[in-house]
Design a protein around this ligand. Structure first.
Ligand SMILES: Nc1ncnc2c1ncn2[C@@H]1O[C@H](COP(=O)(O)OP(=O)(O)OP(=O)(O)O)[C@@H](O)[C@H]1O
Length: 226
């Protein structure tokens, strides 16, 4: 579903992703792991076509519908959550009938039922939830989530993780970037660990270092590279 081969990204003279290769198969929940500045968001942007690789190949299979929730979602501040979804739904060409059916369902699915508040007054967690709902609007086959649990309280995090598990049960592929390793361990099947733009190790749930937590494995992987 996703193929990344020897992908390098430079900004000016700075290499932010270097010779990165990995693939993601249909139906997997796949994690991009790494410290701040490791190149996770850059990799996501290249996969989505929002930035160009300097060399190598990073491709998503043709014809897939893709949902994306960015790290710092931004929405028109004067609209309510319901209006934001309608606006994005219209931009995606969804019919009024479809939107009338799907918007209340999505708001409830992400735990955003208070429809009167405009985005200007949203908390970070509410914005995160709205961003997730927006990413699900077009019934994506591939869902790319950049830090979907950041800014959420414990219950919110659990709800998002449950939602990701529900997506997996529907055979939707999810690529997911988070610093919260417990979250990754709970819902992801496989992942890669990046350090300063380079792949330092790969992880597969229950297979890679089954005697260690992901956190232990992650820290050791980064230390081994020092
Ligand atoms: N448009 C840009 N121009 C120049 N440098 C950039 C640009 N975007 C990202 N970078 C640099 O690329 C490196 C990787 O950034 P990126 O946002 O991909 O990291 P990340 O792993 O997602 O980090 P975080 O976990 O903090 O979100 C950083 O050093 C960042 O400063």
């Amino acid at each position: 579903m996703i193929t990344c081969e020897h992908m390098t990204k430079k900004y000016g003279r700075k290499t932010v992703v270097e010779d990165l290769s990995f693939d993601v198969k249909k139906g997997e929940v796949f994690a991009l792991l790494g410290a701040n500045g490791a190149g996770k968001t850059t990799t996501i942007k290249i996969l989505l076509g929002l930035a160009a690789a300097t060399s190598g190949r990073a491709e998503v299979d043709d014809g897939l519908s893709i949902g994306f929730s960015p790290e710092s979602p931004y929405f028109p501040s004067f609209l309510t959550g319901r209006e934001v979804l309608r606006y994005y739904g219209k931009l995606s060409g969804l019919s009024n009938k479809k939107l009338n059916a799907v918007i209340p369902q999505l708001l409830s699915e992400v735990g955003l039922e208070d429809d009167k508040v405009i985005v200007k007054y949203y908390s970070k967690g509410m914005l995160q939830r709205l961003s997730l709902a927006q990413s699900l609007l077009g019934e994506p086959q591939l869902l790319v989530l950049d830090e979907p649990t950041s800014g959420l309280d414990a219950l919110g995090r659990l709800e998002v993780l449950t939602l990701i598990s529900r997506m997996k049960a529907k055979d939707i592929t999810v690529v997911f970037n988070s610093h919260i390793l417990d979250d990754i361990e709970r819902v992801c099947d496989r992942g890669i660990i990046l350090k300063k733009g380079r792949l330092v190790s790969e992880w597969e749930k229950g297979i890679t270092a089954p005697d260690k937590t992901l956190e232990q494995y992650f820290i050791e992987s980064l230390q081994e590279e020092e």
